[in-house]
Design a protein around this ligand. Structure first.
Ligand SMILES: Nc1ncnc2c1ncn2[C@@H]1O[C@H](COP(=O)(O)OP(=O)(O)OP(=O)(O)O)[C@@H](O)[C@H]1O
Length: 725
């Protein structure tokens, strides 16, 4: 059945509260992550929605621990503190394996600082694959240190940094530390680098590991220079420790024993065909039958989160009067700060919070109050098809998770007291899962990373990596960089390439921005790329209200397509009182009437306001880079569309397609036949030539983020001349 058909069917089903809910039984089992001995059965599904009075009484969660310092002392890792510090002191590289929640991420950096391993003024950097983890961990550890964030403990994530002169412990994304290599190739300010959640094997972690190996060689003395040695600690709860140890010349492996609180695991008795429905049933079984505690549900993506959110609210309204309130809180990468506050903030008395999250909540973080985890066993995975028709494109498909992910998910329960994890898949399915996710370097586009490496004088193919990337993915990245003008025909980095790398943007967007210099439209292109670099689409996919959303947005629609439509929306938002070019002015209007008017405006136009606000902060940072790179951020062409489209086309030259006589579009630099995505303002238009932000493959190849360009542009795009060369 098609995705759309399935969606429709589930929606129909969820709109009938009396639907049969009788296939959600779970059985308790033990696996590597569970050492609880609870006799409490898993939630038993009923044949009707919950009717009986829900209760939020029962055994209290773990006894409150009086002080934060006492909590620290009770963590399993605390018992081995001295021995652990001694091992790290004695070894250049330590691989540290310990159960989820044992205290690795929050405690190890503090132990090392307190033991003097960072010297008098050196830094301890702790990398995380995800920004939300870096932000929340910095907040927690700052609290434990009794100092504000930006004091002893700070953080650095893309487009946001809070560190001061006195910062000694820095939580950061793996990508940020990678960027620091550009200015400081030996990471000389760091005495210790802790690579946390290394099992995730993100591309950035892998590149960082390769660089750390290089840096160790230089700083730790093969060349005799041992004045500023570096220590590296690799950590995870679910790691192939031997592999990491081998990579670092048989590094010492240290195990932290024990976990603070048990997590009891329940598996579904039979496989679930509709995981959103199964999650809905399981949530209400918990809500009705189980003692207090918040619930964390893992789902693949935003669409499922929104669908489950609506379904839970529908059922919650049917609970008897006086039943505990249900508070649904979505959690995905694109959330703005104030929403994060709702996730991590205290649940009101008598209510039960239900956090609906993607895998951004899977590792490292502690969400206070969460006692129950529901795991659908699914995640969205981005995969770059390098050898595909069309020269490669990203796919974003829902897939089964790996065992390591399942164990990490279970580990989000049981952090403040005993926890429970309900897997919506069978124990056999769990055992059949791959042990760990495939390293990202084997499945992702490499152009951006390759450009950064070239700026460091490194060649991806010569780097000593844990797993070497696919040859086709490497040549696809090289081709992209060459067509964008970042490389010359000898594969050497050009001035343009260096300038592109200065921007924390994917190469095509950086190229478009640089092209705006000559064309005098930097102000407009900044507006556009800032939105495209944000972590979610600007326009909300309104689902059933699609008709209404199209109508509401009609006034922004630009005949040239999605990019200028997006620009119109940014300008319209600015006119309501925020989001425009002048960040300072908008900050002043942040409070009060302006703020609520903007929110209302965004809601009425089905525009994602947090994206606009995120884009505004991205823009402010890009303006800083523009100044350094000699671009005038105020240069504007007003309403003149052509210069803006031409600048964009410089970045998206590889993403161009021409109209064929049969009404389809065919790539200019590839063989693929593409369709314009139905969400595009260009969906029903037939224009001679288009550029697009990306191709996505669902059941066919769709171009998303589409603009019409004059065919005459092709003559002036360097990429086409280069292709011919
Ligand atoms: N924000 C927080 N609020 C309350 N308790 C917290 C918070 N962060 C951490 N803790 C407590 O500290 C414990 C250890 O957390 P930490 O992140 O250091 O563990 P970890 O071993 O790194 O786990 P993981 O492998 O899951 O990342 C948690 O189980 C929890 O009890």
């Amino acid at each position: 059945m098609s995705e759309g058909g399935k969606q429709q069917r589930t929606q129909q089903k969820r709109q009938q509260p009396q639907a049969n809910l009788d296939n959600g039984q779970h059985q308790a089992s033990q696996d590597g992550t569970a050492n609880g001995a609870s006799k409490r059965p898993g939630p038993q599904a009923t044949s009707t929605p919950p009717r009986k009075k829900a209760r939020l009484s029962g055994p209290a969660p773990a006894p409150a621990v009086s002080s934060i310092q006492e909590q620290r002392r009770l963590l399993p890792i605390a018992k081995g503190r001295e021995a652990l510090v001694a091992e790290i002191r004695a070894n250049e590289v330590t691989v540290l394996l310990g159960e989820t929640g044992s205290g690795k991420t929050t405690q190890v950096p503090q132990y090392l600082l307190e033991a003097g391993l960072a010297g008098a003024a050196g830094l301890i950097g702790i990398t995380q694959p995800r920004r939300v983890a870096a932000l929340s961990l910095a907040a927690r550890v700052a609290l434990e240190q009794g100092a504000p964030v930006g004091g002893t403990v700070g953080y650095a994530v893309r487009f946001d940094e809070r560190c001061g002169a006195g910062t000694r412990i820095k939580y950061m994304t793996d990508g940020m530390l990678g960027r620091e290599l550009l200015g400081d190739p030996l990471l000389s300010r760091y005495k210790v680098v802790v690579v946390d959640e290394a099992h995730e094997r993100t591309l950035r972690t892998d590149l960082l590991l390769a660089n750390l190996k290089r840096i160790l060689r230089v700083r730790n003395g093969e060349s005799g220079d041992n004045r500023n040695p570096l220590k590296v600690v690799i950590m995870s709860a679910t790691l192939d420790a031997e592999k990491f140890s081998r990579f670092f010349s048989n590094a010492k492996i240290v195990y932290v024993k024990g976990r603070q609180h048990p997590v009891k695991i329940f598996h579904a008795v039979q496989g679930q065909t509709d995981y959103v429905d199964a999650a809905l049933r399981t949530f209400f079984q918990i809500h009705v039958d189980q003692p207090p505690g918040d619930v964390l549900v893992f789902l693949p993506g935003q669409e499922d989160i929104e669908s489950l959110d609506a379904a839970i609210m529908l059922f919650a309204r049917q609970l008897p009067a006086g039943a505990p309130e249900v508070l649904v809180v979505p959690m995905f990468a694109a959330l703005a700060g104030e929403k994060m506050g709702r996730i991590f903030g205290a649940t009101p008395r008598g209510a039960r919070k239900c956090i609906l999250a993607t895998n951004i909540a899977e590792t490292s973080i502690t969400i206070p109050g969460v006692r129950y985890v529901i795991d659908t066993g699914k995640a969205k995975e981005k995969r770059f098809l390098a050898g595909a028709v069309g020269g490669g494109f990203d796919t974003l498909l829902t897939r089964d998770i790996a065992r390591a992910n399942a164990m990490q998910r279970a580990g989000r329960a049981g952090r403040e007291g005993p926890g429970f994890c309900y897997r919506l898949y069978t124990e056999d399915a769990f055992r059949a899962m791959a042990p760990a996710a495939e390293p990202e370097i084997l499945r992702t586009g490499l152009a951006g990373s390759m450009l950064q490496l070239l700026c460091l004088g490194q060649d991806l193919q010569e780097l000593e990596l844990m797993d070497a990337p696919d040859v086709e993915a490497v040549s696809s990245a090289l081709r992209t960089l060459f067509l964008l003008g970042a490389l010359d025909s000898t594969r050497a980095l050009t001035e343009m390439g260096r300038a592109m790398a200065a921007f924390p943007l994917e190469p095509p967007l950086a190229r478009a921005l640089l092209a705006s210099k000559e064309l005098g439209c930097t102000a407009e292109v900044l507006d556009i790329v800032s939105v495209l670099a944000a972590s979610a689409p600007l326009f909300i996919d309104a689902g059933e209200q699609r008709g209404a959303s199209v109508e509401a947005r009609r006034k922004f629609v630009h005949p040239a397509g999605d990019h200028l439509t997006l620009l119109n929306a940014v300008h319209a938002y600015a006119a309501v009182g925020g989001g425009g070019a002048d960040a300072k002015e908008t900050e002043e209007k942040e409070e009060g009437v302006g703020r609520s008017a903007r929110k209302e405006w965004a809601r009425a136009h089905f525009v994602n306001e947090r994206v606009l606000r995120e884009a505004r902060s991205i823009r402010a940072q890009l303006v800083g880079v523009c100044a350094r790179e000699g671009l005038d951020a105020r240069a504007s062409v007003g309403d003149d569309a052509d210069p803006m489209l031409l600048a964009l086309a410089h970045g998206l030259a590889q993403n161009a397609a021409l109209l064929m006589p049969d009404g389809t579009y065919k790539q200019v630099m590839g063989q693929a036949i593409v369709k314009i995505h139905p969400s595009s303002t260009m969906a029903d238009k037939k224009v001679p030539a288009i550029i697009y932000n990306e191709l996505v493959y669902t059941n066919q190849i769709y171009a998303r983020g589409v603009s019409s360009i004059p065919k005459s542009f092709f003559a002036s795009l360097g990429a086409f001349n280069r292709r011919a060369a």
